[in-house]
Design a protein around this ligand. Structure first.
Ligand code: ZN
Ligand code: FE
Length: 254
């Protein structure tokens, strides 16, 4: 089984490094330098680069990594412009990373960007900027309905799936979640735990889908307290997509 470690980048990005013996794959290398540090220090060979979407903070390091490892495979969304992409994907494939003995299911999750992909294998979900721990990404290129359906595609995975997202946003996300659902005890408990983890300077990622389903308001649009919060913000229907849309707009201003 591979080892999985976060490489912090920029202010709050995580580049995920998967390692099996000397073979490495990275997810969303926005910056090459911190990845090259690890590869060179430990004489590792980079076999694969997995990209969830085209934003620079997720793909900006590809060039620098390919200069070090020219034969590395670059997986990414076919409909987006990704530097050096060798394996364009539509989000319906299974890909095999032979060097890591790992098979990944590729899932189309449009909403944050139109081609956004998630990769899932060995109970690990790499979901970029679609599902965040405690929240979800901004709807930039897609529609709120597309984003809602993308999140539903991810929550259909097994509950013990670990959620590896692209940013350390949990604390701020949970502050918003508490404004939506002050009566959610599991959420209050999680917010306390996360405060301690951050005070110790540790990552709050990964979480699990079970934790997200219990505490992430964007996955709870059919819960009475979440519906009531959306109604208080002017939503008149019980339609979960309308509730989701209202939450997302509220969070943009929160
Ligand atoms: Zn993004
Ligand atoms: Fe990002």
């Amino acid at each position: 089984m591979f080892e999985l470690t976060p490489i912090p980048a920029f202010k709050d990005n995580y580049i995920w490094l998967l390692r099996q013996d000397a073979a490495v794959a990275v997810v969303d290398p926005g910056d090459a330098a911190p990845v090259l540090d690890v590869l060179q220090r430990e004489s590792l060979s980079l076999s694969s680069i997995l990209i969830t979407h085209h934003h620079q903070d997720h793909q900006g390091g590809i060039d620098g990594l390919l200069a070090y490892a020219p034969s590395a495979q670059v997986f990414g969304p076919a409909r987006e412009s990704i530097t050096g992409m060798t394996h364009p994907l539509r989000g319906v494939e299974r890909v095999r990373l032979a060097a890591l003995d790992l098979e990944l299911q590729v899932i189309a999750v449009p909403g944050h960007t139109l081609g956004h992909l998630a990769y899932c294998g060995a109970d690990c979900l790499f979901c970029g900027d679609v599902l965040f721990t405690g929240g979800c990404g901004r709807v930039i290129e897609g529609t709120p309905r597309a984003m809602y359906e993308s999140l539903a595609r991810l929550t259909a995975l097994p509950d013990d799936t670990r959620v590896y997202c692209g940013h350390e946003y949990t604390e701020a996300n949970l502050r918003f979640a508490l404004a939506v659902e002050p009566g959610n005890r599991a959420l209050r408990h999680r917010a306390d735990e996360v405060a301690v983890t951050r005070a110790n300077g540790l990552p709050t990622v990964p979480s699990t889908l079970a934790v997200e389903k219990a505490t992430n308001p964007f996955l709870r649009c059919a819960e009475p307290e979440v519906i009531a919060a959306a109604r208080a913000r002017g939503v008149t229907e019980n339609d979960p997509v309308a509730v989701f849309t209202a939450l997302r707009e509220w969070k943009n201003l929160f």
